[in-house]
Design a protein around this ligand. Structure first.
Ligand code: CP
Length: 335
């Protein structure tokens, strides 16, 4: 495996093999598997879990890592083509990415959505450009429209917690002070569909998935044996859920417009996941990718209660990413 850019690029069987490898590495550590190997991490945007778990994953396999945060301790980088670079960016990714690839055996890159151009974000062009510029293995650490490391860890978390393969995964829109990217909702819905789950996206009408994203999840459902639908009827959608996955995302109309979102959300404060939501799904687990804003996205009593899986989820990122790095590098010569 030379690229880990989207879970949907893998066959469901290949994903199950990665999850199994993650479980094996959790049960039987391989502290020298990647001895002498180097992971380069390029973070255009902030992180807590992804940064820490990638470095920990590489260290636990015997390798080492370096971190570049453009504009915060290293040169600000330009990602657009054909621009006159007379602004803040001192260097272009066309030079920076191949240079960093030469220092590392595998690269991981995080570059969030622009939240200004929906079509461009759906096309995920910056990550595609990075992939063209790098001849080494490359891991997507969250791009404009994908977060495969999150999705792989969540698949493992669901297996660990005994979530049935065909169970109902309710991905619910939740309130938030700011418009947020579609990357996690896209990756999670696709993951559930590939896992064979009944994926229901519940949201107020303005937050319907863009058609291209709905089509992507529907294709995943066809491949994985799951199903996919959207609903604005919260009670109906939540009934019988095995997992309620809370996440906020931006509306497609006036995409990323903070003022428009604030106006729209004034009437949506009750889209904060709380215990009454689980009346018809008493055994459902609460998932969230984190970071989560308490009492805006999810109520304290849910996050602090027994149904919350959010910390377990975050921990699975470690084993899942170890599996990805192991699959990419173990048994391959330095080069
Ligand atoms: N879930 C996730 O990717 O967390 P970070 O943004 O902290 O990396």
């Amino acid at each position: 495996m030379n690229r880990f850019l989207s879970l949907g690029a893998l066959e469901p069987g290949e994903i199950r093999e990665l999850v199994a490898l993650a479980g094996r590495l959790e049960a039987r550590p391989e502290p020298a598997a990647l001895a002498g190997r180097v992971l380069g991490l390029l973070f255009f945007d902030p992180s807590l879990r992804t940064l820490a778990s990638m470095q920990s994953a590489m260290a636990r396999l015997g390798g080492s890592s370096f971190v570049i945060s453009p504009g915060r301790g290293s040169w600000a980088l330009e990602t657009r083509d054909g621009v006159v670079m007379d602004g803040a960016a001192a260097e272009h990714v066309r030079e920076a990415l191949p240079v960093l690839a030469g220092y590392a055996d595998v690269l991981g890159v995080r570059a969030f959505a622009s939240l200004s151009d929906l079509e461009a974000d759906l096309a995920d062009e910056p990550m595609a450009t990075f992939a063209r510029l790098v001849d080494r293995p490359l891991v997507n650490l969250e791009s404009a429209i994908d977060h495969p490391c999150q999705a792989l860890g969540d698949w493992k978390a669901m297996d660990d917690l005994g979530v049935p393969p065909a169970g109902r995964l309710v991905l619910t829109w939740a309130n938030h002070p700011r418009p947020l990217p579609l990357a996690v909702p896209a990756a999670v819905a696709e993951m559930g569909a590939l896992r064979g789950m009944e994926v229901v996206v519940v949201r107020p009408e303005p937050y319907a998935f863009p058609p291209a994203l709905s089509a992507r999840v529907a294709r995943a459902a066809a491949r994985g044996g799951g199903s996919f639908r959207e609903s604005a009827e919260r009670d109906e959608a939540l009934a019988g859920a095995a997992v309620v996955y809370a996440k906020s995302w931006a509306a497609s109309e006036r995409y990323g417009d903070g003022a428009a979102e604030s106006e729209r959300r004034r009437a949506l404060a009750d889209w904060c996941v709380d215990e009454p939501w689980f009346a018809r799904a008493p055994a459902a687990r609460l998932f969230h990718c984190l970071p989560v804003r308490r009492n805006v996205v999810v109520a304290d009593r849910v996050l602090d209660g027994p149904r919350s899986a959010v910390v377990h989820q975050a921990h699975q990122r470690l084993w899942a990413q170890m599996a990805v790095l192991h699959r990419m590098l173990a048994g391959r010569g330095n080069g």
